[in-house]
Design a protein around this ligand. Sequence first.
Ligand SMILES: C[S@@+](CC[C@H](N)C(=O)[O-])C[C@H]1O[C@@H](n2cnc3c(N)ncnc32)[C@H](O)[C@@H]1O
Length: 397
Amino acid sequence: MDEVTSRADLRAPEYLFRPIIFETPERLSDLSAWTEHTPFAMWIVDATRPSTLAELGTHAGVSYCAFAQAVKTLGLPTACYAVDTWKGDAHTNKSDAAYADDVLDDLRRHHDPRYGSFSTLVPSTFEAAVSNFPDRSIDLLHIDGYHTYDAVRGDFETWRPKLSDRAIVLFHDINERGGDFGAWRFWDEVSGRYPSFHFLHGHGLGVLAVGPEQPASIRWLTGLGEDDRATVRSFFAGLGRSVQVRIDLEVSERRGKASATHAANLQVTVDDQQTRLTAMAEENRRQLQDAYRKLHEANLATQKVNEEATWRQGVIDESRRRLTQLEAEVQARTQHVALLEHFPICLNRQGFPILSRCDSRCVLEEEASGHGSSPIRGSSCSCGAGGRGRIVSAPGC
Ligand SMILES: C[S@@+](CC[C@H](N)C(=O)[O-])C[C@H]1O[C@@H](n2cnc3c(N)ncnc32)[C@H](O)[C@@H]1O
């Protein structure tokens, strides 16, 4: 019977099914781990209708802008404050921290025109900002700063005096148990002291009804039995999932577009380099052709020089041969002259020596006798070689 009653409660439109939970969050960012809780952020604003709302830890503003969007859509007279140094902490992704200024500027561009009339971004430490809030003034406080046990506990204790009689405190990351995350441990302690509800999806979100005078919908939420809690959890997890899918899709599209742009830019670069390479190849081909032509011309010139050298060598060889011949002739004639100088030599009619000595005066028998070509004979010439013609006499011959 209890279960039936509880299921009937779940269908109560004034508690759970508020149109605001189906609003599309206008502020989405892939930097945030809070996206899946945006439908519940809108639900709790509608359910509590706070006079003052404060957030400790805003970064890209996904959670904060979901609260602010609900305030604006519902037309509530809520004053909203987002406190953050926008400088990150040890749990912040280092590259996010590096772009903290960009993140704040980007948030301002989104936030100011939409929510500037009722909402203030407060760049400050939580500790320094707390004194700007009157005691018992805050109806909805979201703690999402540094997530060690001491930090979460410190934030809660520091801001506790500022909580009103109907205050709700939200704690993010209570289901994050890696490293030195300790929000879960503080949640285990504090959730036993006040009426509470918690979600397990989206790194976990605790809802703590600190103020004793809670509206009916919060009393309903924190009073649910375990089965109905599970139903509410899966209801908001499903809604949150659809928002997360949307941001994932948007991020994929953005990355796809960025990749396409990058690819197009790369294509331009590749085309440019291709054109330059083609021009270089053409220039290289032209230079190579030129070099081949010059080499061919040089080869032809070398061939011509070689041929000329060969021809000249032939001339030289011939000249040498002729010289050798002439030298031999000169030598022969020199010997001949020497012979003629030292010995009387008889020559025949062709001028060749009749190799024989004449010791006495020669008489040219042929001339004397008129016998024509008779061999030289006679006492005046003792050559005895049977030569013909006149005898050339050496001195004394
Ligand atoms: C997890 S992020 C907040 C995420 C945000 N709620 C969202 O919707 O994505 C934590 C933020 O808390 C800020 N923070 C941590 N400790 C702080 C402190 N003591 N004073 C001011 N800001 C602090 C960091 O700068 C960081 O931007």
